[in-house]
Design a protein around this ligand. Sequence first.
Ligand SMILES: NC(=O)C1=CN([C@@H]2O[C@H](COP(=O)(O)OP(=O)(O)OC[C@H]3O[C@@H](n4cnc5c(N)ncnc54)[C@H](O)[C@@H]3O)[C@@H](O)[C@H]2O)C=CC1
Ligand SMILES: Nc1nc(O)c(N)c(N[C@@H]2O[C@H](COP(=O)(O)O)[C@@H](O)[C@H]2O)n1
Length: 588
Amino acid sequence: MADRGSPSQAESSNGGPTSQAESSIGGQLNMNLPPPDRLDHDAGTEGGDQITIPTRTLRDLINPPRDLALMRQRLFEIKDKIELQVDEFERYWPYIDNVWVRQHKAGTDKSGRVITDYYACRLQRPTYTPKPDTPRREGQPTRKKQIREGGTCQMRLKTIRYEGGYSGYTILKVGDETQHTHDLDHIDKIKRTSVLMEIARSEVMKGYMPASVFTVMNEDMEKLVAAGGRYLNRNDVRNASQHWRQIHKEELRVHEGYKYDHGNGIVRHDGAPPAIQLNGDTSIVDPALSDVSPLPPGTLRFPESDRAFLQPYLQPENPVINKSGFPHVTLTYATSMDSSLTLAPGMQTILSGPESKAMTHYLRSKHDAIVIGVGTATADDPGLNCRLEGVGGFGGLGWEGQPRPVVIDPGARWLLTPNSRVLQTVQAGKGRGPWVIMAPGFSMDPMRLEMLKFYGGKYLGLTEYDKKWRLRWEAILKALAAEGIKSVMIEGGGMVINDLLQPENANFISSVIVTVAPTYLGKGGVGVCPAPRHDHTGRPQPAVRFQDVKWYPLGEDVVMCGKLRGGQGVVSRPPPAPPMAPMMPMGQ
Ligand SMILES: NC(=O)C1=CN([C@@H]2O[C@H](COP(=O)(O)OP(=O)(O)OC[C@H]3O[C@@H](n4cnc5c(N)ncnc54)[C@H](O)[C@@H]3O)[C@@H](O)[C@H]2O)C=CC1
Ligand SMILES: Nc1nc(O)c(N)c(N[C@@H]2O[C@H](COP(=O)(O)O)[C@@H](O)[C@H]2O)n1
């Protein structure tokens, strides 16, 4: 069984935020955090060179980022690694920076492309009580109260920004603590986010009274709460704009349609629409301000109603790498009625109709990795991403639902260039960098290796051959499992499929999902036809027989799903050797 990451099984050269974050970078940066002794006054401005955020206005309250409350909770808990594209990070982070306080200046790796920042929960630092004689700025009242309870929560995280063939952030929990000692609401009570303070400041700077700004910000309470503003008060708005008001002594006004009402402060005139609609700058109907960008061309939809039949053939919810150390393996491809994958070798042939193509992309979204042979990579120049609506790059966040492309290329034949579709896809933020599985004795030319890393890919070197001098599937799958891959979709081509269907490999297959298109491609293509099998008497046997079979029509195609008895990574024993004729004593 492969040792997780054991160099004798798989040597790897990493790239991209995820893998670099978890392996090489840690060794290059000083992981020791400085004592948590700094004071904070304004969320989002401490720690020196904080990320630059665009000026926030009321429209950030009216058109908040999608699923804001949910994302705040995820960014608070950091249960799992979170990957975000740069614009997504910049959109969401200022809504949670009341929780996370940056610990020290960013560290950059040798390449200069990976920048790591460490953050701690606001309540990690010791309680700060200003000394009574602490000098205050002129005109500032003496602080009477203790500023915060402290030293009570040890939650920490790091953000890793990758800037190369693509840009993105990976956010990971660090340290031993698995959860905060308090909830998010508790922090919202004691500290406002930089977004809220910025919105308040920018609105006062338009000439509105803090009390009026406060009223307007409270117009849509649900959105304010989602943005962390449940406890926003008039003093917060005053504090946010204090510096500006000290310099600009002009008279401030109430928002149009609002009035001062003795005893109630600033209120809306009866029947007047809320200021957030009157103010042209913050109009909700302007699509340019909307957070929801249009879906890219080519986005696919696979209806809910067609998903259920696939469920039994996918890896279970909350997958774990199964006990034998193998990922869940789904073999999936499209074939003609004469079991051909393509009209001619080295040629891509579209067999799947639109409905089954959408199904393939749904399957891609359900697997951690897609595996193909270098023959397919060369012939098809594939994108190898998932283009289903709702996955990262297609309406979803970060790279969520995007599988890792893996190319088996023992002899380093793949002529990958920045124009290759798979890298173009990475550059567009619509897919992940490929991993290339190579054999010893071959090495990728250094420039190509550097390019692979630049786009977040890497190579895995394997040393285990079978008797036909092919890399052993056991080693390939274990190497992927060691990299955290829990489910693999093997797409082809012909050599890969036929090899997997050999008796010594077939039991690595957990499920097959094959699209049959209503066409005969004729002789001369790349066929799926595994080597024949015989029983011990030499009688021909079916090479592979599936069970739990289901046939499902999709458009003009039909999809066959099946499982293998003893599948899910149980290595089949070689067939018993034919019995030898009993040795007879001579002469009998
Ligand atoms: N209809 C469909 O669903 C699909 C069709 N295709 C088609 O299949 C054709 C390509 O098929 P093939 O030429 O058979 O190439 P292939 O994609 O199966 O790649 C074969 C090559 O991969 C490497 N390889 C694979 N497994 C290996 C192992 N265990 N050990 C060592 N090396 C290994 C070897 O270098 C081998 O020459 C293309 O025309 C493509 O369009 C490919 C995938 C799906
Ligand atoms: N499911 C399916 N149907 C077909 O008709 C096909 N030709 C393939 N080919 C596989 O899909 C890859 C192309 O992927 P992108 O669309 O470029 O992302 C190709 O390389 C084969 O693995 N599959």
